[in-house]
Design a protein around this ligand. Structure first.
Ligand SMILES: [Zn+2]
Length: 185
């Protein structure tokens, strides 16, 4: 199953490596998948580190769960867990991450890139992106409106009216369901 990059923020894309498609699916749950995700996300990840990435999977999954809780907090406007914030700071302090200025296609944007390869650096880049996000954007974190979908995203639409992770999937499904409901009535 392909990775999903619909979050408009690296840390949300990482949260979205866990999806619901009938059942809960972990897109980085298989051997090698966490490394592949990091490569697809354009983070420094070396095939030689495959075993190291696999060994770090449990930690990555736990960190992801905390990031999801943070996304829920931001969406609900509630306070972040101070233990989680301390963990973000620890990861940023222990593993060097470079801030890179890039043309995103929609203007200039900074992104966090690991300086060295390895899973800890990838998690630190994700932590740095979270820190950037929460200190600059912080609002408009949304859950997909499909109750059977767990994708979260940063709504960058003009009037902040984005409802779906993707029009192609959940958006169209909702439209089709609406049409069916009208036919039944
Ligand atoms: Zn969705």
């Amino acid at each position: 199953m392909p990775f999903i990059f619909l979050g408009n923020a690296l840390w949300l894309d990482f949260v979205n490596t866990q999806i619901i498609d009938g059942a809960l699916i972990d897109l980085i749950g298989n051997d090698g998948a966490f490394l592949q995700w990091a490569k697809t996300a354009d983070l420094q990840a070396d095939e030689d580190d495959a075993a190291t990435f696999d060994a770090a999977l449990t930690e990555a999954q736990a960190f992801r769960a905390h990031l999801r809780a943070a996304a829920d907090s931001l969406a609900a406007g509630t306070a972040l867990n101070p233990v989680f914030v301390a963990d973000i700071n620890r990861r940023m302090a222990e593993h060097p991450v470079a801030t890179v200025l890039e043309d995103s296609g929609r203007g200039w944007a900074t992104s966090a890139k690991p300086v060295t390869s390895g899973p800890q650096s990838v998690l630190a880049a994700i932590a740095t992106d979270f820190a950037r996000f929460v200190s600059t954007e912080a609002t408009n974190v949304r859950h997909c409106s499909n109750e059977r979908c767990c994708i979260v995203f940063y709504d960058t639409s003009k009037n902040h009216t984005r409802r779906w992770c993707s029009m192609e999937t959940c958006g169209n499904r909702a439209k089709a369901a609406g049409r069916r409901a009208r036919v039944v009535q």
